[in-house]
Design a protein around this ligand. Structure first.
Ligand code: BG6
Length: 486
């Protein structure tokens, strides 16, 4: 159903995210008739732009058709410096003006797509102008990542935002939760009778999560060099995936019911102590190499990156979840840039049969049944199981039962931002991270950050761009191997 009439204010609207993700996502909603009748997007940034200039700039990735022209009429712009208190008066006047002219109800979503350093001041200035709370109308705040750079800063950011907004008004984006195939994990697990009875320590040998990217840091070297793979991908996206894989069935499919279960998973993560980091965590950094005949730069040669940088572009980790369901089952997760492919998948490795009756053929480990949940690309679910090779004797081979979303005719996968924006417009925070979960996730990675920062003896392994990361990451998996998806 259509959300209620409102205005979406985007702070930092002249940045890349607006034109690359937000505006195309809003346009897709518009085309499906999911945008309210009385609605406006108000871009707010420091840059001086007219409404038309903003439409031109923000609409760069829209098609050149009449639909896009109609949609662009919903875009407006006001120059607002986030730190300039006086500008919020202008913002408020402009909101009131739009409400009158377009007959819009004064419900607001404020989207913070600015550097995190100004999140607090924006929240404060909005509150001072009476824009953060209302008895009658909704007021929501969407916060982009990164949500903090360590445990302390995340805790502080929660305190800051929650001084002006209530927790149920704050929507912390983790765009992985907006991916269709991540949500489908809940349906795979809790919408089928066949998987859940096996989804525990009695039947699962290990769980693997890989999120590989073939791109490097591109033009984001300046940001990335202060972040690294642990903060940029693992603390948020990968741990959220783990949350979905490992959680207990929620009582209902509602924001708090689901988010309570995710927090419990994070609270059950067995801490990796600073002196255990070398044993459980491997970091790497890509070095120059030649891929398909083309010379590729190493990370330290990328623009914006310190030439002596020790920032990791790859991280692999082994850990345990100390609860009844997962006691003793190792989880292996890894992510990296400049790997051979762009692929994100969750692999459930089931235990072997208790007694082998048949000849083992094929690669070692292939006798384990595997359920592969492909998050992207080629979203789908793959079950690997054993079949008799036709003919004499009892030779056994592994075969695939393979579902691809692309096989569902007429199905279009919505982008993560499209889904998340629509959910926020409808007041559904299920696919947004809750403050306590974000803090728990930071709590888990903090000792690793500390060890890396204060112990120069912990190596940063080089790996040639275009390979699957440092060889030592293979040693983490002692009873098998990573699944190499291609
Ligand atoms: C972002 C990270 O959050 O996620 C990027 O900052 C990363 O470094 C991106 O490339 C990956 O997202 P996706 O949807 O392409 O897997």
């Amino acid at each position: 159903k259509k959300p209620k009439s409102h205005i979406l204010v985007i702070f930092g609207a002249s940045g890349d995210l607006t034109k690359r993700k937000l505006v195309p996502a809003l346009f897709d909603l518009f085309r499906q008739g999911l945008i309210p009748e009385n609605f406006a997007v108000l871009g707010a940034s420091r840059t001086r732009l007219s409404d038309d200039e903003f439409r031109e700039k923000a609409g760069e990735f829209l098609p050149a058709d009449q639909d896009a022209e109609n949609f662009k009429k919903l875009l407006f712009y006001e120059s607002v410096s986030p730190t300039e208190q006086l500008d919020y008066k202008k913002l408020k006047d402009r909101l009131e003006d739009l409400e009158k002219k377009k007959n819009i109800t004064p419900n607001y979503i404020f989207y913070l797509s600015t550097p995190p350093s100004v999140y607090e001041i924006i929240a404060k200035n909005l509150a001072e102008k009476g824009l953060s709370k209302s008895e009658k109308y909704f007021r929501r705040l969407i916060v982009e990542k990164p949500f903090g750079t360590d445990l302390k800063s995340a805790q502080q950011l929660n305190i800051d935002l929650l001084s002006f907004f209530n927790e149920n008004q704050v929507y912390r984006i983790d765009h992985y939760l907006g991916k269709e195939s991540v949500q489908n994990m809940l349906v795979t697990r809790f919408g089928n009778g066949i998987f859940e009875p096996l989804w525990n320590r009695n039947f699962i040998e290990r769980v693997e999560v890989t999120s590989a990217e073939s791109l490097g840091v591109e033009s984001r070297g300046g940001y990335y060099d202060h972040s690294g793979a642990l903060r940029d991908m693992l603390q948020n996206h990968l741990l959220q995936l783990v949350g979905f894989v490992a959680m207990e069935p929620p009582v209902v499919i509602e924001a708090d019911a689901i988010r309570n279960e995710i927090v419990k998973v994070f609270q059950s993560l067995r801490p990796i102590k600073e002196n255990q980091v070398c044993e459980f965590v491997i970091r790497g950094q890509y070095t120059s190499s030649t891929i398909k005949g083309e010379k590729v730069k190493g990370y330290r040669e990328e623009p914006g990156v310190d030439q002596n940088s020790r920032t990791e572009t790859f991280v692999a980790m082994k850990f345990f979840i100390d609860n009844w369901r997962w006691g003793g089952v190792p989880f292996f997760i890894r992510t990296g840039k400049k790997l051979p492919a762009r692929v994100t998948e969750v692999v459930i490795h089931f235990k072997q049969v208790p007694h082998h009756l048949f000849n083992q053929v094929g690669i070692p480990g292939a006798e384990n049944n595997q359920l592969v949940i492909r998050i992207q690309p080629d979203e789908g679910v793959l079950l690997k199981f054993r079949m008799k090779t036709p003919g004499a004797g009892f030779q056994v081979q592994t075969v695939n039962m393979d579902f691809h979303y692309s096989d569902m005719a007429e199905v279009r996968l919505p982008s993560a931002y499209e889904r998340l924006l629509l959910d926020c417009m409808q007041g559904d925070a299920t696919l947004y991270s809750r403050g306590d979960a974000v803090e728990e996730a930071w709590k888990f990675v903090q000792p690793i950050l500390n060890a890396w920062e204060f112990n120069p003896d912990i190596p940063v392994f080089g790996y040639p761009a275009g390979t699957w990361g440092p060889e030592s990451s293979d040693k983490l998996i002692n009873n098998g191997q990573w699944r190499y998806p291609c």
